[in-house]
Design a protein around this ligand. Structure first.
Ligand SMILES: [Zn+2]
Length: 466
């Protein structure tokens, strides 16, 4: 990447490099703010559309579909009938699990914020920087050494919460299959990846902050995005296999209908992959991962064990929707906006905070390693506030994939059955505000209603299938 002020142009002599840097900074800031406003407006209008869909089942006003034989089919009633199949004790358990997750978002945020603040006010962060500087004179290595201390220390301090959240609570609700040893092994692998990838990213970012004291936030955002894209690109091939085994689905009775549906929708996939998710949990799941030829459609072995072929087809139709509608690329665009706005916030926030408390913390400028906990605090605050926007963006895409899946697999009843199975870990019938704030997928009622609405409009094609 060539920094702007090193670029030459016909007008180079008319302005100083700093003028140009400043102008460009203002322009990019404007674009970022505009894009952010647009994204928020788009997501709220989508939400309105979706809330209407959620509300419909409770107050059905639309026409009730009629079969060729004169039979009535009411999607709202059918949705209620599906939801009524879940025994009350099971529903209470799933609601409690999912609602507990709302509070965990808050506790995670508070716990990490306290840890970051402690590192700053006790001067521990400054001492970690001093130690890194004593070990070597090579600046990029300072960054790496500081990062290792920071990551290990913050992971240790938040470890009790991580154990509760990732291990104890998952077992309490019967969602986990791992004993403590293998669970801890996965945590350590995650930490190792954090050390390597986080370390590399930070070395690049600090290099930028020190060389471009005014425009670092723009180049930092671009660098972070390139890193994110790279991580996403290599994750199916190099990262995911560290945690799970991925094998080709061999059973023709399941594989062939999936590949046929793929061909019908213009996907030239030769394989469907199975993830041994039962190693960690009982959750039913499938996903699309990677991009630029590393894309893989993956279903997990819990899904394979617990679902009929029709249900698997319904799920794979949804996953193909993500693929066909290029959600991976759109996600990168969305992340791009989030990251650029985030870096602008980091710049303003860090200038303000370091101006006020920098001397106390012995962290004097953005390029000072001792200020890293401040950046971590600003980033976690930013994402905490962004939670509903982030969830809404994802939920809208998931709803699109649901609609695509219904059209591709033509299995509305199977879709509804899978939606009930997802109720193991996601509250089935949330209120509209709850769904807006906390749901990265549509709630069970919304999804089942979409399936039943599809069914109502296709009764003549489906015959009298129930
Ligand atoms: Zn999905």
């Amino acid at each position: 990447m060539i920094p702007a002020r090193h670029a030459t142009s016909d007008f180079a002599c008319a302005t100083t490099p700093f003028d140009r840097e400043e102008r460009m900074q203002r322009r990019i800031m404007l674009i970022a703010v505009f894009a952010a406003v647009l994204a928020v407006l788009m997501s709220t209008s989508f939400v309105r559309g979706q809330t209407a869909a959620t509300a419909t089942p409770q107050t059905p006003t639309g026409a009730i579909a009629t079969t060729s034989t004169g039979e009535h089919f009411d999607p709202a009633a059918a949705t209620n009938a599906y939801l009524a199949k879940v025994p009350p004790d099971k529903k209470a358990k799933s609601d409690a699990y999912f609602e507990g997750g709302y509070w965990l978002i808050l506790w995670d945020f508070l716990a990490s914020s306290i840890v970051f603040l402690l590192l700053l006010v006790t001067g521990l962060s400054a001492r970690m920087r001093d130690l890194a500087e004593r070990i070597t004179r090579f600046k990029p290595i300072h960054t790496f050494l500081y990062w290792v201390q920071f990551l290990v220390l913050t992971s240790l301090l938040t470890f009790p919460l991580a154990v509760y959240e990732g291990f104890i609570r998952e077992h309490k609700y019967g969602l986990a299959t791992q004993t403590f040893g293998p669970w801890m092994g996965d945590q350590l692998k995650g930490l190792g990846l954090g050390v390597v990838f986080g370390g590399l990213l930070l070395m690049a970012l600090y290099g930028i902050v020190r060389r471009l004291p005014r425009t670092w936030w723009i180049w930092g955002a671009i660098t972070s995005l390139v890193f994110a894209a790279f991580a996403f690109l290599i994750s199916p091939v190099f990262i995911a296999p560290l945690f799970n085994k991925y094998t080709r689905l061999e059973d023709p009775a399941i594989r062939d209908p999936i590949l046929s549906m793929a061909r019908a929708n213009g996907i030239s996939a030769k394989d469907v992959f199975v993830q041994d998710a039962s190693r960690q949990s009982t959750r039913v799941s499938a996903f699309v991962t990677g991009f630029l030829n590393t894309e893989r459609i993956v279903l997990n072995d819990n899904l394979l064990k617990r679902c009929s072929v029709a249900e698997i087809e319904a799920v794979m139709g949804h996953e193909m929707g993500h693929y066909i509608m290029h959600h991976a690329y759109k996600d990168l665009l969305f992340i791009g906006i989030v990251v650029v706005v985030g870096f602008a916030f980091l710049r303003k926030g860090s200038e303000w905070a370091l101006g006020r408390w920098g001397d106390k913390w012995r962290a004097h400028a953005a390029g000072d390693l001792a200020a890293l906990p401040l950046f971590a605090l600003l980033i976690s605050s930013y994402f905490f506030v962004l939670t509903p926007i982030d969830n809404t963006y994802s939920r809208v895409e998931e709803y699109e994939a649901d609609i695509f899946g219904l059209n591709a697999a033509r299995q509305p009843e199977a879709e509804a059955e899978v939606d009930l199975k997802l109720g193991d870990y996601r509250k089935l019938d949330p209120g509209p505000i709850e769904e807006f704030l906390f749901y990265d997928h549509p709630g069970g009622r919304t999804r089942i209603y979409a399936a039943m609405r599809w069914k109502a409009e296709h009764l003549h094609e489906l015959g009298n299938r129930e």
